[in-house]
Design a protein around this ligand. Structure first.
Ligand code: ZN
Length: 187
């Protein structure tokens, strides 16, 4: 490890103090009790594509009905996901793979649409050693989301408040909390 690597590590929140999900190296198996499946892939990551293929192969073996949705970013697909859950019959299992930020956003949308967590299976590729972990940050000052933040200290793009990114992760908002470290600029 070089001196600059150590400098970067020091500013990151230790894993032990956060409730962010930890992803196993291998994607989880599908819940074979599912009567039908919805497989959602976000982004162009090859690992996510392989995960989706593995799930789809098993669903095909089981001869269960399966729908697929894919998009470049979670934001592009949230309405379609909500509609699919809304119109689903009992026994649907939802499988989501892609970058962590997107997977967590889709999971939040699936739960908001009425699914329970046992019906959703998610897998994100663990971020690489030098890759910053991009998360959505929920600003407590203006109650809006800042997408894809990688820094521990950031400025809210909506209200200009200086935010300290809290270690706590909210599954409901699919975001970490941004506590105000300086008041927003007043007009
Ligand atoms: Zn704000």
């Amino acid at each position: 490890m070089s001196a600059s690597d150590r400098g970067t590590t020091r500013h990151q929140i230790p894993g032990a103090s956060t409730n962010l999900p930890r992803w196993p190296a291998d994607p989880p198996p599908i819940d074979e009790r599912g009567a039908s499946f919805l497989v959602i892939t976000v982004g162009t990551d090859t690992q996510a594509a392989e995960t989706a293929e593995r799930w789809l192969a098993r669903i095909a073996e089981l001869r269960r009905p399966c729908e697929r949705l894919s998009a470049a970013r979670a934001e592009d697909i949230v309405p379609a996901v909500a509609h699919a859950i809304d119109t689903a019959f009992v026994g649907l299992r939802v499988l989501v793979t892609g970058p962590e930020r997107d997977v967590l956003m889709i999971r939040s949308a699936v739960l908001a649409a009425g699914a329970v967590s046992a019906e959703v299976c998610c897998h994100a590729a663990p971020p690489g050693g030098h890759e910053p972990r991009a998360m959505n940050i929920w600003c407590v000052a203006c109650r809006r989301q800042n997408a894809g933040v990688t820094a521990h200290l950031t400025t809210c793009r909506h209200c200009g408040a200086a935010l300290a990114v809290h270690a706590h992760f909210s599954p409901r908002y699919a975001a970490r909390l941004g506590a105000v470290s300086a008041p927003p600029n007043m007009p």
